[in-house]
Design a protein around this ligand. Structure first.
Ligand SMILES: [Zn+2]
Length: 248
C-alpha cells in the first residue's frame, strides 16, 4: 500500500512539473537566428532531492532522436560532450532538417553532484525501468519507476516516442546496443575509436526497457576511463563525428 501511494505521488507530481515545463518555455535561446525553429529548454521535473531535470529540444522534424547522459552520476563525461553537441547543432542547424533532437544532459542531478552512481535514495536508476528482466531490491528500487528521475525519463520517452535513443556511460570503452540497433552501432563505431561490444541486457535497465520492451533502437556509448579526465573540447574532438552520425 505504501508503495502504491508513493508511486501515485511520484506520477502526479512529475506530471504536473512535466506539463508546467512544457507550458512555459523556460529558457528560450535566441542563438538560433538562422533557423526557423526556436530551441527551448524545459524543466521535466525534479529529482528525489528536488533538483531540476532539464532537457532541450532542437528542431521540429518528424524523426525524433533522444540523447541522454549522467543517469549514473559517477559517469559524467557525456554531459559536457552533449552540451557541446547542443551548441554545435545550434550553430549548424541545417543538420536538424527533418529532425527533432532532444538532449537531457543530466538525468541524475543528485548523483552527478555527489559523483555517485545512484540517486539520493541510493537506487541505480538504470535498473529501475519496467523491463521483463527487472528485479525488486534495494539498489534497483522497490518497484519499477519508483524513482522520480526514472519516471521522468520514462515520461519523456513515451511522450516523444523517439526513433532512437543514445545514452552515455563510462568506462567500458565500447558501443553497446539493445533492440534493433546493430546497424546503427556499427555506423557509430566506424566514426570513433570505440568497438561494438554486446554487454547483455541488464535487469531493469533503460536498454532493456527501450530496446526490448519498446523495440526502439538504443545505443549505450561506454566512454573510456581516459575520457572522464578530458575537457569538453577534447571530448568533442574524439566524438564529434560519431555524434553527427547518430542523427543521420
Ligand atoms: Zn553507467
Amino acid at each position: 500500500m505504501k508503495n502504491i501511494i508513493k508511486f501515485l505521488f511520484i506520477v502526479l507530481s512529475s506530471q504536473i512539473l512535466f506539463l508546467n515545463g512544457c507550458a512555459q518555455h523556460k529558457f528560450q535561446n535566441d542563438k538560433l537566428t538562422s533557423c526557423s525553429d526556436p530551441i527551448n529548454t524545459y524543466i521535466a521535473g525534479v529529482s528525489a532531492n528536488g533538483k531540476e531535470i532539464r532537457y532541450t529540444k532542437l528542431g521540429s522534424g518528424k524523426n525524433i532522436i533522444l540523447f541522454l547522459a549522467s543517469i549514473h552520476g559517477s559517469e559524467r563525461a557525456g554531459t559536457p560532450l552533449l552540451n557541446h553537441f547542443q551548441d554545435y547543432l545550434i550553430n549548424n542547424c541545417s543538420l536538424l532538417a527533418g529532425k527533432t533532437v532532444i538532449i537531457i544532459p543530466i538525468v541524475n542531478p543528485d548523483g552527478f553532484e555527489k559523483k555517485s552512481r545512484y540517486n539520493s535514495n541510493k537506487v541505480d536508476l538504470n535498473r529501475n525501468f519496467p523491463a521483463y528482466n527487472r528485479v525488486n531490491d534495494k539498489h534497483s528500487g522497490s518497484f519499477a519507476l519508483s524513482e522520480p528521475e526514472s519516471y521522468i525519463l520514462y515520461k519523456i520517452i513515451n511522450t516523444y516516442k523517439p526513433s532512437r535513443v543514445i545514452a552515455f556511460h563510462e568506462a567500458l570503452a565500447c558501443i553497446d546496443y539493445d533492440g534493433p540497433a546493430e546497424e546503427l552501432a556499427q555506423r557509430l563505431a566506424a566514426k570513433c575509436k570505440l568497438p561494438v561490444r554486446k554487454l547483455g541486457a541488464k535487469p531493469g535497465s533503460l536498454g532493456s526497457y527501450v530496446g526490448l520492451e519498446l523495440n526502439i533502437p538504443i545505443i549505450t556509448v561506454e566512454l573510456t576511463k581516459e575520457d572522464s579526465k578530458k575537457n569538453e573540447h577534447e571530448l568533442w574532438n574524439d566524438y564529434k563525428n560519431m555524434l553527427i552520425e547518430a542523427i543521420n
